[in-house]
Design a protein around this ligand. Sequence first.
Ligand code: COA
Length: 181
Amino acid sequence: MLVAEKQCTLKNGKSAILRPIYPNEAETFLSAYIQTSSETSFISNYPEEINITVEQEKALLERFNENPNMFFIGAYVDDTFAGSISLMKKTNIKEKHKATFGIAVLQKYWGMGIGKALMIYAMEQAKAMGVKLLDLRVLSGNAKAIKLYEDLGFIKAGEIPGAFILKDGAEHSDIIMYKRL
Ligand SMILES: CC(C)(COP(=O)(O)OP(=O)(O)OC[C@H]1O[C@@H](n2cnc3c(N)ncnc32)[C@H](O)[C@@H]1OP(=O)(O)O)[C@@H](O)C(=O)NCCC(=O)NCCS
C-alpha cells in the first residue's frame, strides 16, 4: 500500500520526508541497500551476496506499493534517500494480526532520529492496517537497534545463540523481540 507523505523534524533541526519508495527509484534504492550492507555487519547479507537486479527490485517495490498487506517507506533528506522501513503483514487466518519489518538507515544519516521516525510512522500505519503484534529479529551485537526497539516498547522474547557467524569469526545470537500494538 502507499502511505501518505509525512514530514518530520530531525535532531539537527532539518526536516525529513517519509513517503513511499516508487518503482522508478529502484536503482537508487538498490544501490543504497548494497551500501548499507557494506556499512554494517548487522543486516543479513554481505554486499557480494546481493544479486538482485534493478528490474527485480522494481517489481518488488511495485508489489509492496500495490499490496494492502505491506508497505515500503523511504526517508528523504533534501530530496536524497537516507533510509527505509518495510513491513509485511501475515495473511493466513491464525497470524493475520501479525507483521514483521526491516529497517536500515545509511551511515551518513545515523543518529539524526531517522530510524526512530521511520519506526514510529510504520507502527502507526501497522495499527491502522489492523496489526496487533509486531515481531522482529536482531543480531545481539546491534546495541543501537536493540536500544531503539526497547525505547519504543519492544520486549525481548528470547535468543538463538550462535545463529550468526561473521567473516571475522564473531558469533552473534539471533534476538527475537515483539511488541503488542
Ligand atoms: C539501527 C538504525 C536503524 C538506527 O537508525 P538511526 O537513524 O541511526 O537511529 P536514531 O537516530 O533514530 O536513534 C534511535 C535510537 O537509537 C539509539 N541510538 C542511536 N544512536 C546510538 C548510539 N550511538 N549508541 C546507542 N544507541 C543509539 C537511541 O536509543 C536513539 O534514541 P534517542 O535518540 O531517543 O536516544 C541504523 O543505525 C541502521 O540502519 N543500522 C544498520 C542497519 C540495521 O542495523 N538495521 C536493523 C537490523 S535489525
